[in-house]
Design a protein around this ligand. Structure first.
Ligand code: GCB
Length: 636
């Protein structure tokens, strides 16, 4: 990282123990909890000072941001990059400042038994948060939530509004996830003084800002901090083991009940951990595997406790699905039945919003997934919004949950500092997503440089740690390298391969695909006897560009390439291939380079979600597979 930016980040060294001390339940309303969204327009100012540290030197958090200099309107959630006409802001590297004045309800402030929490769904990459000029928290990592108890600070100014300031820095260094590097170009005749650029080894635009919702929510002082469920079944009886952690009381009384979709209580228990038995279980099934995919129960948790002279109560309702996941040497089983991933890789990416959460886009994407007949996707290359996973749970879309470990190519990014942070990120990811039935596998990284000597031990540690955190799901990492055969792959449960035959190699030679793909599969399965997922394959297609016979970058080429892969998939599907995920669902923005024409065009949909010829190929195929092996949902 560059000298000046680095100086600022050191000030913010993150206290992992503090953050992982508790749970990270999604904020939900309940009779004992309230949620208030702080989305909308915030004041915004990028720190264009040469060292990007004027905001800290001048303490922009200590008063209203507009008093520090000019501010503009900035929507939250959204990336800030594409909101204005200013290329300097689009390509900005360093600290930006967000601020919002909010009212906190008097009843929240007056009730000393109420915790007032400020929660940020995600902000990329490094955040520091102040309330009324007092620092309340900080967080490293651009894709997972963080929160701070702001009750004490807010209560100091009872009755006046609260000023929330969030500074966000998108600088990436060797030890961030994803990693990056700031390069200073010291050539006075060629570059202005102090000129620097951020470089990375990943293929998507480093969008930044507050990407997900900012919320205030309350809980009682004695509160349900975390819930963990693990499910199983035997014949028609479902088994749900639960564990509830309560903070604020040493002797809370905990009651749980499981309610079905007819609002009938089907099982209940007392105690902070236990096992619920559900007769005539409605299992959670993937889309196109059952008439009623995505069946969810609600686990209602109720806690009561005495605290001083008061009697406190907390309630939290968690949607849960009962299902199992297992892996054999040739199969991926959900509820003991073979599951074949026919799905996509995605990005959180769209016009104007960048990586900002956007409900119309989310719902459109789910409609397109269903139109395609897709039953799954991988959250390439970072954890997606919880709201997306909730949709997956409800619709039965199966998810491979990926960490932001992408572009780990430099030897320094395998150092202990990187590994330590990567392990913490896996903890944060598993803590957030462990209860989603849709999430069936963890991917710890995408295409790390497997040929480098430290890669093997690094991946081994990551995989082992993730299995310790969650023994109920298989763990993998995604590779495009034969070196991974010896370094890393021995530890994973499922082999996930990315390959671009006739694209990055043998350019234009579609005729080599079937031979090379066949060799790839036979080599890997021969060596490891593990099920394989083709986790990426695809070709760029500039929408509307045509040539027959196919030429690279035309819609015809993308279509022909997909079809060539498919014939080999069909042979291996009968043996050990358990999935195919096309790269990519939609076109997406990348950094500028001669390799990319205003972004990566490997989408089968355009960035505006219109189908290219390739989308119809995938649609026909996925519905054919579903008709051969699947069960249509009711009403389809
Ligand atoms: C890959 C990467 C992905 C790229 C893709 C491509 O192997 O995992 O991030 O976008 O190839 O299009 O080059």
């Amino acid at each position: 990282m560059g000298r000046l930016l680095f100086a600022v980040c050191v000030v913010c060294a993150w206290d992992a123990a503090h953050l992982l001390g508790g749970g990270m339940l999604f904020p939900r309303d309940s009779p004992t909890r309230e949620v208030k969204e702080l989305n909308g327009l915030w004041s915004f100012r990028a720190d264009f000072s040469p060292g990007r540290n004027a905001g800290f030197q001048q303490a922009w958090f200590s008063g209203p941001l507009r008093e520090s200099g000019p501010v503009i309107d900035m929507p939250v959630p959204a990336s800030y990059n594409d909101i204005t006409q200013d290329a300097r802001l689009r390509d900005f590297v360093g600290w930006v400042w967000y601020e919002k004045e909010v009212w906190i309800a008097v009843r929240w402030l007056r009730d000393g038994n109420t915790r007032i929490m400020l929660r940020v769904g995600s902000a990329h990459y490094y955040s520091v948060v102040w309330v009324n000029g007092e620092k309340v928290g900080q967080h490293e990592g651009g894709h997972l939530p963080f929160e701070a108890d702001i009750g004490a600070v807010a209560r100091k100014r009872n009755g006046t509004s609260c000023r929330i300031t969030i500074a966000v820095n998108n600088t990436l260094d060797f030890h961030t996830l994803p990693p990056g590097r700031v390069e200073y170009l010291n050539h006075p005749k060629r570059y202005p003084s102090g000129y620097f650029v951020q470089s990375t080894h990943f293929d998507f635009f480093n969008y930044a800002g507050i990407h997900r919702s900012v919320l205030l929510y309350t809980t009682p002082k004695v509160y349900i901090d975390d819930i963990t469920v693990v499910t199983n079944f035997s014949d028609s009886t479902g088994l749900l083991s639960y564990q509830v952690s309560v903070v604020g009381s040493t002797r809370p009384s905990v009651r749980v009940s499981l309610v079905d979709q007819d609002e009938k209580c089907v099982a209940s228990s007392a105690g902070s951990s236990g096992l619920l038995k559900i007769v005539n279980i409605n299992l959670w099934w993937p889309y196109l595997m059952h008439e009623k995919p995505g069946y969810l129960y609600t686990l209602e948790v109720q806690v009561t406790a005495e605290a001083g002279n008061s009697f406190l109560e907390d309630m939290y309702s968690l949607p849960v699905g009962v299902r199992t996941v297992q892996v054999t040497s040739t199969q991926f089983l959900i509820n003991n039945k073979p599951f074949y991933f026919h799905g996509v890789n995605k990005h959180e990416d769209s016009d104007i919003r960048g990586k900002g959460l956007d409900w119309p886009l989310i719902v459109k994407d789910f409609n397109l997934l269903k139109w395609l007949g897709a039953n799954s996707f991988r959250t390439s290359h970072y954890p997606y919004a919880e709201e997306v996973l909730q949709m997956c749970d409800r619709h039965g879309i199966v998810v491979i949950g990926e960490s932001p470990g992408v572009g780990i190519k430099d030897v320094q990014s395998f150092e202990n500092a990187s590994l330590a942070h990567h392990l913490v990120v896996m903890e944060e990811l598993v803590r957030r997503d462990k209860n989603h039935p849709s999430v069936v596998m963890w991917s710890v990284a995408n295409e790390p440089a497997a040929e480098m000597p430290p890669a093997g031990p690094y991946i081994k540690t990551l995989v082992a740690h993730t299995k310790l955190l969650d023994w109920t799901r298989p763990v993998t990492f995604i590779t495009n390298s034969n070196f991974a055969m010896d370094h890393g792959v021995p530890y994973v449960d499922v082999v996930c391969l990315n390959s671009y035959f006739s694209w990055y190699q043998d350019q234009g030679h579609l005729e080599v695909i079937s031979l090379q793909l066949n060799e790839q599969f036979e080599d890997w399965h021969g060596k490891y006897q593990k099920p394989i997922i083709q986790s990426e394959y695809g070709a760029d297609a500039v929408p509307g560009l045509h040539n027959d016979p196919p030429l690279m970058f035309t819609e015809e080429y993308q279509k022909a390439m997909l079809e060539s892969y498919h014939s080999t998939f069909d042979q291996k599907r009968k043996k050990y291939l358990v999935g195919e995920l096309v790269w990519n669902f939609a076109d997406f923005m990348t950094g500028q380079s001669i390799m990319r024409v205003a972004g990566n065009k490997k989408g089968i949909f355009t960035r505006q979600r219109q189908p290219k010829a390739g989308a119809y190929v995938i649609r026909e195929r996925y519905w054919r597979i579903a008709n051969e092996t699947g069960v249509m949902p009711e009403g389809l």
